[in-house]
Design a protein around this ligand. Structure first.
Ligand SMILES: [Zn+2]
Length: 281
């Protein structure tokens, strides 16, 4: 694919990115790792553990001091390169929490990086300083329970919470639609001028874009309520009706998003589950 793999792209003064070579139906051209700072650097979402990507990052950093290697969340396309990069440079891994494995059952699936081990976890509102300017953690659970965005100088590094090319996948049990919507609403109340997502182009009209995303999810919810109101339905039936012409590689993910909506609607007392079938309550 014709994409700027392993090249350093300056997106604005103090923020540059390097694209990892892990294109897929879920990652678009791949994961974009951001380098924040000028004299010092923070590496945001180091990406998949691909030696050529870690080489490209080291070259882009060019020997500057690395204050932190920061992860928005622990999906395998975001956090695994934190380890080789920390080993090579001695920089600390700072950012999201490791995924909590609760005794209600495993919340992690194969997409999770179970080996992620941060030196320091940032709580909502906590910051580290780069060149004397703060990078502030903004808790945005929903896509995953441990997701953080990072705010820097009027820009928000949004990880997978808001993407520039597609809607975000929200799959239970770790993905939570109500939390996702609340986290979108949180961003709507902030005043960043630009978002830099891990996948896809920068979002230069953040407020409008977040309103559009919230509207899209509410439409989807209404559509699901209508479908299960007509007759009890299983998830594949809902997907076939709600996502006509869907890329077959995305059917499972769409089913996950439908389940996330249904779980949320069930909590709100609007739908009921009977084995594989869902119906209006
Ligand atoms: Zn993700």
């Amino acid at each position: 694919m014709d994409a700027p793999y392993a090249k350093l792209e300056q997106v604005e003064p103090g923020i540059a990115r390097v694209l990892a070579h892990n294109p897929s139906a879920f990652t678009y051209y791949g994961t974009q790792t951001y380098l924040v700072g000028e004299r010092e650097v923070a590496v945001i979402d180091p990406g998949p553990d691909l030696p050529e990507h870690v080489d490209a990052l080291e070259q882009a950093i060019g020997g500057r001091p690395i204050v932190a290697i920061m992860c928005t969340h622990t999906h395998r396309d975001h956090s695994p390169a934190s380890r080789p990069l920390a080993e090579r440079t001695g920089a600390p891994i700072v950012g999201c929490a490791p995924l909590a494995l609760e005794d209600v059952g495993p919340r992690a699936d194969a997409a999770f990086d179970g080996d992620y081990l941060p030196h320091r976890v940032l709580a909502d509102g906590e910051a580290i300083e780069i060149d004397g300017q703060p990078i502030v953690a903004v808790a945005t659970p929903g896509h995953t329970s441990n997701h953080l965005c990072f705010a820097y100088e009027g820009a928000l590094l949004t990880g997978d919470h808001v993407m520039g090319w597609s809607t975000t996948v929200v799959v239970p049990p770790d993905g939570d639609m109500a939390a996702y919507m609340a986290s979108l609403d949180r961003l709507r109340q902030r005043d960043e001028r630009v978002y830099y997502p891990a996948h896809g182009p920068a979002v230069t009209n953040p407020r409008q874009y977040v309103r559009h995303l919230l509207g899209h999810r509410m439409q989807r919810e209404k559509q699901i309520l209508r479908l299960v109101g007509e007759q009890p339905r299983a998830i594949p039936d809902i997907v076939a009706n709600a996502y006509p012409g869907l890329d077959p590689r995305l059917v499972v993910a769409a089913g996950g998003s439908v389940l996330a909506h249904l779980v949320d609607l069930e909590r709100r007392g609007l739908v009921e589950r009977q084995e594989e079938q869902w119906k209006a309550a």
